[in-house]
Design a binder for this molecule. Structure first.
Ligand SMILES: [Zn+2]
Length: 74
């Protein structure tokens, strides 16, 4: 079976030459950036989900309730 000599590290996304660095260690910084990048869709979806929720009747009610609580607390 054909296997590519280069493969992306599943942890940090670095392109690894398996013949040169079989024991690759991820850079912490690179791994954090890669994982943020991998999660960007989920983050965007969460944001859209919240926006959508706030537009529903229940969401509007909760917004109203929260505002009321804040005002009465002061
Ligand atoms: Zn890595």
């Amino acid at each position: 079976m054909f296997e590519s000599r280069f493969m992306p590290c599943p942890e940090c996304g670095a392109s690894l030459d398996r013949q040169i660095e079989p024991n690759h260690e991820c850079s912490t910084e690179r791994r954090a950036e890669y994982q943020m990048f991998a999660l960007r869709d989920e983050i965007a979806q969460l944001e859209a989900g919240v926006q959508h929720y706030l537009g529903t009747t229940l969401g509007r009610f909760e917004t109203w309730l929260a505002a009321r609580k804040v005002r009465s607390a002061g």
